[in-house]
Every structure is written in structure tokens, then in C-alpha cells.
Design a protein. Structure first.
Length: 173
């Protein structure tokens, strides 16, 4: 009785009755189905960081909106969201990221909202940051400068310098 004859023949009348009973299981099935939940959580899940292995040597600049973990050698600038410099890594160039965790060696400028030098870090260059943490044992040669927006080179630095230069120039005239 339920099969093809009832569904196909009196389509509009029984479909009005059947879809309500069919729709009730169908809606919870789609609402509670793991595929819907998986799709909803999939965009929230962060993709894994790109890992540059210890035997990799890169000459050139790297730029991503994602995360990078460097274990090898990079001769060039790196820009990322989260940048982790492994203990075996050596970077020769400017590093710019929202979060920078340094376990290895950097020769060059570091720019980051949050910069962390672990006990195995070796940094030769300036660090421009919003917040910084330097663990005991880290080696650092250079200057440290706090900026509200360290990711923009010279942005907040040149404006105050220009403002200071004008008042000094005006009284001298």
C-alpha cells in the first residue's frame, strides 16, 4: 500500500500528508547528520601548517596567509600568519607574521604582533613587535622596538618623526 501506487497516483493529496511525515524524519536526518556537522566544522578547522623540512634550502621570498613551520634554510623574506622557526632552521631575511615563535636562527629583521624567542633562539637583527617574550638562554643581538602596528613597515614610525620635524623647523625660522 505504501509503495509506488500511493506515492505516484494521488501525488498532491498524499504528498501533502506524506511529506509531513516524511519531512519530519528528513529534517532531523539532515539536521543531525554528521555530514552537515562536519561541513559546518570544516571551515572552522585550521589547515595544518606548511612544513619546510630540515633538508630543504629555499632562496627567495615566501608569502602566505596561513601558517608555516620552517626547519630548513631560507634566504629571503617570509610573511605568514603564524611562523614557527624550528631549532634546525636558519632564516636570512626579514620575517613578518602575526605570531612568530623562534626556536632557531634568524639573521634579519623580525616584525610581529606577538614575538616569542625560546631558549634555543638565535636572533641577529632588530625586532619590531606589539608584545614580546624572551626566554632565558635565548641569544639576541639587535634592538627591540614596540609598535602598535608592527606589520606595516615604517607606518607608525614615520608619522611621529614627521610631526616632530615640523615643530622643530618652525621655531628656528
Amino acid at each position: 500500500m505504501f509503495s509506488k501506487s500511493k506515492i505516484n497516483e494521488p501525488g498532491p493529496k498524499d504528498d501533502a500528508a506524506k511529506p509531513s511525515s516524511t519531512a519530519v524524519p528528513a529534517k532531523p536526518a539532515s539536521g543531525t547528520g554528521t555530514s552537515s556537522e562536519f561541513k559546518a566544522s570544516a571551515p572552522k578547522a585550521k589547515p595544518p601548517a606548511s612544513v619546510l623540512s630540515a633538508d630543504l634550502h629555499i632562496t627567495g621570498n615566501l608569502k602566505t596567509t596561513g601558517d608555516i613551520q620552517v626547519e630548513g634554510t631560507v634566504e629571503g623574506d617570509i610573511r605568514a600568519h603564524l611562523l614557527t622557526i624550528g631549532e634546525t632552521a636558519t632564516i636570512k631575511g626579514e620575517v613578518t607574521a602575526d605570531d612568530v615563535v623562534i626556536n632557531g636562527r634568524i639573521v634579519g629583521r623580525v616584525r610581529g604582533l606577538k614575538v616569542r624567542l625560546t631558549s634555543t633562539a638565535r636572533v641577529e637583527g632588530d625586532i619590531i613587535h606589539k608584545t614580546i617574550a624572551i626566554e632565558s638562554g635565548a641569544h639576541f643581538e639587535g634592538s627591540v622596538q614596540r609598535q602598535d602596528d608592527p606589520l606595516n613597515p615604517g607606518g607608525s614610525k614615520s608619522a611621529p618623526a614627521a610631526a616632530q620635524a615640523k615643530p622643530q623647523g618652525q621655531p628656528q625660522e
